[in-house]
Write a protein that binds this ligand. Structure first.
Ligand SMILES: *Cc1c(COP(=O)(O)O)cnc(C)c1O
Length: 346
C-alpha cells in the first residue's frame, strides 16, 4: 500500500517530465553568473512578479534570511505576525544573521491589518530600535492557508511607504494565494520591495527558492548569499525543474485546493474534531476534541498508511499536493470516516 503523505507539500518528488527537463538543462557556473538556466529562471520569475531581478537559492529560509539582512542593520527591527515562518521556523535566524529584533503582531490567522502594522512602527526615540522592515506571509502556513488579497496588501504597502519602511513577502505558497484569489502576480511588484517564492512546495520542484527585487537589492543579496555559502555552481539542473514547475504546476494547484475542501467537509462532520480552520487553499488545520490525543490520532492515521503533522496541542495539519492522487484522497476520506465512534460501533 502506498503511503499518503499529508505532512507537507515539500514531500513531492519530481515527475518524469520534470526529470526530463532537468536532464536536458544547459548549465554553467552560477557563482560567475554563467549558468544560462539559472539566469533564465531568475529573469522569468522576476518578470512574472513585476520586479527587475531574481536570485536562485537552495531554500526559502535562505531567501527570507537574505532579504531580512539586506533590508536591516543590527539594532533595527522587523514587524511580522507572531505565527510567521521567519520568526517561528527559521531557527532564530533574524537575531543570528541580522542582529535585528522583532515586533510581533497578533493578527487573525496569520494576517495583520494596516492599523496593526502602523501601531507597531517605532517612534523616533533613542529607547527604541528603528523599524526597517515589515514582512507578510502569503499564504499563511500557521493561519491554515489563509491569504491576503491585493487590496489588503496595497493598504499595508501604503503604510510602509508613508513611513519609509521596506515590505517583504514570504511567498513560500504565494501561487496558492494567486490561484485561490484569481489575482495577477504582476501587481505584487508594485507593493513589495522583495519577494521570496518557493519552488519546492506545491510547485513540486525538488529544491529551490527565488528572491526577487530591484537590481541593486538583488546585487546586495547576491553578496549575502555568497557569505552564507548559497551559490550552487552548475545549479541549472535544479533551476530547470523550477522553470518546468512554473510552466506546468501552477494552474493545477486548484486541484489541491479542491482536495483540501473535501478533507474539511469530512472533518467538520467527524465526532473527534472540535473545529477546522475554514479551508482557503491547500492547508487543513484542525483541533481534536478529547476523544483522541493528537499523537494517538496521528498514530492511528499512520496505521492506515497516512502521514500527518502534529501542529501544537491537539492540533493536526494536512497539506494537499501534487503527489496526493484521487485514489489516495478517497482512502484518506474513508479512514477519517471510520475513525468516528458511531462508525466503529456499527
Ligand atoms: C516552507 C516555508 C518556507 C521556507 O522553507 P524551506 O524549507 O527553507 O524552503 C518559508 N516560509 C514559509 C511560510 C514556508 O512554509
Amino acid at each position: 500500500m502506498n503511503i499518503t503523505d499529508l505532512r507537507s507539500d515539500t514531500v513531492t518528488r519530481p515527475t518524469p517530465d520534470m526529470l526530463q527537463a532537468m536532464f536536458a538543462a544547459q548549465v554553467g557556473d552560477d557563482v560567475y553568473q554563467e549558468d544560462p538556466t539559472i539566469n533564465a529562471l531568475e529573469q522569468k520569475a522576476a518578470a512574472l512578479f513585476g520586479l527587475e531581478a531574481g536570485l536562485f537559492c537552495p531554500s526559502g529560509t535562505m531567501t527570507n534570511q537574505i532579504a531580512i539582512k539586506a533590508h536591516t542593520e543590527p539594532m533595527t527591527e522587523v514587524i511580522c505576525d507572531i505565527t510567521a515562518h521567519i520568526y517561528q521556523y527559521e531557527g532564530g535566524g533574524i537575531m543570528f544573521n541580522s542582529g535585528a529584533s522583532v515586533a510581533l503582531v497578533h493578527g487573525e490567522r496569520g494576517k495583520m491589518t494596516p492599523a496593526q502594522v502602523e501601531a507597531h512602527i517605532r517612534p523616533d526615540n533613542i529607547h527604541y530600535p528603528p523599524t526597517r522592515l515589515v514582512a507578510l506571509e502569503n499564504t499563511c502556513n500557521k493561519g491554515g492557508g489563509s491569504y491576503y488579497t491585493l487590496a489588503e496588501i496595497a493598504a499595508i504597502s501604503e503604510v510602509c511607504k508613508r513611513h519609509g519602511i521596506a515590505l517583504h513577502l514570504d511567498g513560500a505558497r504565494v501561487f496558492n494565494a494567486l490561484i485561490a484569489s484569481g489575482e495577477n502576480p504582476q501587481e505584487y511588484g508594485k507593493y513589495f520591495d522583495s519577494i521570496s517564492i518557493c519552488l519546492s512546495k506545491g510547485l513540486g520542484a525538488p529544491v529551490g527558492s527565488l528572491l526577487l527585487g530591484k537590481q541593486d537589492f538583488i546585487k546586495k543579496s547576491r553578496r549575502i548569499r555568497k557569505v552564507l555559502g548559497g551559490g550552487i555552481r552548475q545549479g541549472g539542473y535544479l533551476a530547470a525543474a523550477g522553470i518546468y514547475a512554473l510552466d506546468h504546476h501552477v494552474e493545477r494547484l486548484a486541484e489541491d485546493h479542491a482536495k483540501a475542501k473535501q478533507l474539511e467537509t469530512v472533518l467538520n462532520e467527524a465526532d473527534y474534531v472540535e473545529f477546522v480552520l475554514p479551508v482557503q487553499t491547500n492547508i487543513v488545520i484542525f483541533k481534536l476534541n478529547d476523544r483522541y490525543k493528537d499523537a494517538d490520532f496521528v498514530a492511528a492515521l499512520a496505521e492506515n498508511n497516512i502521514r500527518a503533522s502534529s501542529f501544537g496541542p491537539q492540533m493536526v495539519r494536512f497539506v494537499t499536493h501534487l503527489d496526493v492522487s484521487d485514489e489516495m484522497l478517497q482512502h484518506v476520506l474513508q479512514v477519517l470516516h471510520t475513525l468516528n465512534k458511531k462508525q466503529v460501533e456499527v
